[in-house]
Design a protein around this ligand. Structure first.
Ligand code: GLN
Ligand code: ZN
Length: 776
């Protein structure tokens, strides 16, 4: 697959103006068709022989699969299917406001009646898919004709005589079912036979269009599947082997683990294997797959932005080439959807760094070069010379990166080596710390606080933009931000909050703000990748050893503290989240990069403490989503993730109170790790589940303080005092009141003051009522 957003995010803009009613459907269709046309041309010109089709989607490829199969939730069914149905499935019946927010779970609330399908992360990537919904009355039948039209469209682009074929891509039946949610809660696999029948019809129609190969993605083969799901693969592919096309079964993002034997025995014509993310298993895979099958090797990283080491890759492909000969295909490791479109668009990137990078378009050329180098036979001497010199050039750049002074910082590397395990513990245990902290802060029961950001008004955004564009001076900018800080302090005083925040007006984004101030981070102009629907993100690039030239937040926090007698909480983004929402260097383990960030943050924490900031919150919004796909790998990840938090925080005095915030809900799997982080206070998202999610903490007997979110910041509704009293009360049933904090679910930057101020007032009143109850 190839990115479908367009090189200038054309699809996003076309979609959004269509949704707003500014443009008719035909205009959206024209933009889409043009993007597909450009993508085919780009791939053909790069020398790609099999063009993926049906990698395009207005919104999401899993949603495409649902409409193709006729899996339309009953609340959206109508007589004749049209594209509007799919938009409703994705966005809900009422158009939602697509304002800025931190992550998918924080998308603005959709209207209840025609509520949108749930959104989930695609196998640990930052892409989100719309979860298919199976209902008691779901039937399967070809409903959306789009794929067949797109095949015909692609065929018209391919000229006779060129060595190019169309290869439609489908999400496989087993993965599709696995990802679906069933409202009956019953065994989803019972739908398999019916589903397979429709897949059979789809494949037959594709064959009728002259298609020879169809790629079927089964990414769940990278997970650890139980026996029933493994058996489903045998059933499914036995059935589909009757189809009049050749199937290329594609997996990615992981090794096949214990499923290799199963996969090697499936009656398919070819297997695609991710040799980048599954490299550890490559030799085994080459040995296990029969040479009469096609082996498509994913040798170019489709999820990261680094230039491929061609000569290293050629060595890697050698034994596969030896065994499979012309049955060896070369490909990106996965869909290129996960990388930005074209490096050539970047005008401001450092020249040296740019050499080390490769975006989707450049990756196509790498694929073609690897293939050309392998099939060197029968070409002219000059062509063969050209290939050799391209590889030599590549090798030079790869070596330059390995030795680059831009990448390596001896000081950082030396400091990291010195940090030994002892440094990861706070001076005393939580039970001792809490005694000194209580004495020092004298906070009431149910202390109230917020998660960090306050409404980001148009004026704030405007001021940041003007400063970035050098339209206003630094002094003016600082004054504007300080005025904002004074304003939020006055509001918090009026509301009666106990622990204050400065409101984060200076931050556009919780990762970008820090990345921009750290060495080793770079930012692109156009490095957009689709996150979901029309929403794209521009992840920063961690290219080198990370260090902190100067303090990043101290001046703001110090100023804020100077304006009030209340305690001002400092606010940082944690190392794991910094890592998780960036493109990370591939020349050292993620653990090492994470620790470098943690070390920089540790210095920041200590500087904050020295500046008189006594409560410091470190947000780890992405800790859970960093979990590897295979459970067997979780323990190792959690070890270094937790250690990075401890490295960040362990240098402070016992009286300094460390908070962390995690904006998600499922803690069951990671409770032990969360406890090991040993934050004095953790704030979490619990209001939507009516505090059910607290159970994980209760069952685990989580020992430190907890702030279960008492109101949902994703909704503009103003929660009442009673609602919040009930929620806190519920929490207090299972958690000692001495350890309970009162706070919203997450930061308030997407909200307006109109609802924020009364909501917080009610929250503070709720805390006050409970305090009274306790004392009377
Ligand atoms: N401190 C951040 C804020 O309040 C936390 C955001 C998040 O966890 N997503 O915006
Ligand atoms: Zn949050």
């Amino acid at each position: 697959g190839y990115p479908r957003i367009g090189d200038q995010r054309q699809l996003k803009f076309a979609l959004e103006s269509y949704w707003k009613g500014e443009k008719p459907l035909v205009e959206l269709e024209a933009v889409a068709s043009n993007i597909r046309y450009q993508n085919y041309q780009t791939q053909i010109n790069a020398g790609i022989n099999l063009l993926p089709v049906n990698d395009f989607a207005y919104y999401d490829q899993v949603l495409n699969m649902s409409t193709l199969l006729g899996v339309i939730p009953s609340r959206f069914r109508q007589e004749n299917y049209d594209v509007e149905v799919s938009f409703r499935m994705a966005r809900g019946r009422a158009p939602s406001d697509d304002a800025h927010f931190c992550c998918a779970s924080h998308a603005p609330e959709k209207s209840k009646a025609g509520y949108a399908g749930a959104m989930k992360k695609w196998f640990g990537s930052n892409y989100h898919y719309i979860v298919p919904e199976l209902e008691a009355d779901t039937t399967f039948s070809i409903t959306d004709e789009r794929i067949f039209d797109e095949v015909a469209e692609a065929q018209s682009v391919v000229k006779d005589g060129v060595d190019v074929q169309i290869k439609p891509v489908l999400l496989g039946p087993v993965s599709y079912l696995y990802l679906a949610e069933s409202s009956e809660g019953a065994d989803k696999l019972k739908h398999l036979p019916e589903l397979l029948a429709v897949y059979g019809q789809i494949l037959t129609r594709l064959a009728d269009q002259g298609i020879e190969w169809v790629q079927i993605d089964e990414p769940i083969l990278g997970l650890e599947l139980n026996e029933a799901w493994q058996a489903a693969f045998i059933t499914a592919y036995a059935e589909l082997s009757d189809a009049p096309v050749k199937l290329l079964l594609a997996t990615y993002f992981e090794t096949l683990g214990a499923h290799l034997t199963l996969v090697s025995q499936l009656p398919v014509a070819g297997i695609h294997f991710d040799a980048v993310w599954g490299k550890a298993q490559l030799t085994e895979v080459v040995a296990a797959i029969n040479a009469d099958k096609v082996l498509s090797l994913g040798l170019v990283d489709g999820r990261n932005i680094w230039k491929t080491d061609i000569s290293e890759t050629l060595k890697l492909a050698e034994s596969a080439h030896h065994k499979f000969k012309e049955n060896l295909w070369i490909a990106p490791s996965c869909s290129l959807l996960h990388v930005p479109v074209d490096l050539a668009s970047e005008q401001k990137l450092d020249h040296e760094l740019k050499q080390y990078l490769s975006f989707a378009k450049q990756k196509l050329s790498e694929v073609a070069l690897i293939a050309a180098a392998l099939s060197n036979k029968g070409i002219s001497a000059s062509a063969s010379q050209a290939i050799r010199s391209e590889i030599a050039q590549n090798t030079q750049i790869i070596q330059a990166r390995q030795q680059s002074a831009m990448v390596h910082n001896a000081e950082v590397e030396a400091r990291l080596k010195e940090i030994n395990k002892v440094a990861l513990n706070r001076q005393s245990s939580y039970s001792e710390r809490t005694v000194v902290q209580r004495k020092k802060y004298q906070l009431p029961l149910f202390p109230t606080t917020t998660i960090g950001s306050f409404p980001q008004t148009a004026e704030i955004r405007q001021a940041r933009r003007a400063f970035k564009g050098a339209e206003i001076s630094q002094a003016d900018y600082i004054e504007k931000m300080q005025a904002e800080i004074r304003d939020v302090i006055a509001r918090q005083e009026r509301i009666g909050i106990d622990v204050f925040v400065h409101g984060e007006p200076e931050r556009n984004d919780m990762v970008e703000y820090f990345g921009e101030q750290l060495e080793g981070y770079a930012f692109t102009q156009f490095g957009w990748v689709q996150s979901y629907g029309s929403r794209c993100v521009k992840p920063p690039i961690i290219y080198g050893d990370v260090s902190r030239p100067t303090a990043m937040t101290v001046a703001w926090s110090e100023y804020a503290q100077s304006q009030t007698d209340k305690i001002m909480k400092g606010m940082l983004t944690g190392a794991v989240t910094m890592l998780q929402w960036s493109f990370v260097r591939d020349d050292q383990p993620r653990e090492v990069t994470c620790n470098q960030i943690a070390l920089a943050l540790r210095d920041e924490v200590q500087d904050l403490e020295a500046a008189g900031i006594e409560i410091i919150q470190i947000d780890e919004a992405a800790l859970r989503e960093g979990l590897p796909l295979k459970k067997a790998d979780w323990a190792d990840y959690l070890r270094w993730a937790v250690d990075s938090f401890r490295l960040t925080t362990s240098g402070v005095k016992d009286t300094t109170q460390i908070h962390t915030h995690m904006c998600y809900s499922e803690f069951n799997d990671i409770m032990q790790a969360v406890a090991k982080m040993d934050a004095d206070v953790i704030t979490i998202e619990t209001s939507k589940s009516q505090m059910k999610l607290l159970n994980a903490f209760v069952d685990f007997e989580y020992p430190n303080e907890i702030g279960p979110g008492v109101y949902d910041i994703h909704s503009p509704n103003i929660p009442t005092v009673e609602e919040m009293v009930l929620l806190i009360d519920k929490a207090a049933e299972n958690i000692e009141i001495e350890r309970l904090w009162v706070n919203p679910d997450c930061g308030l930057k997407t909200r307006g003051w109109r609802e924020t101020e009364p909501a917080l007032k009610n929250m503070v009143d709720a805390a006050k009522i409970l305090r009274k109850c306790i004392h009377s």
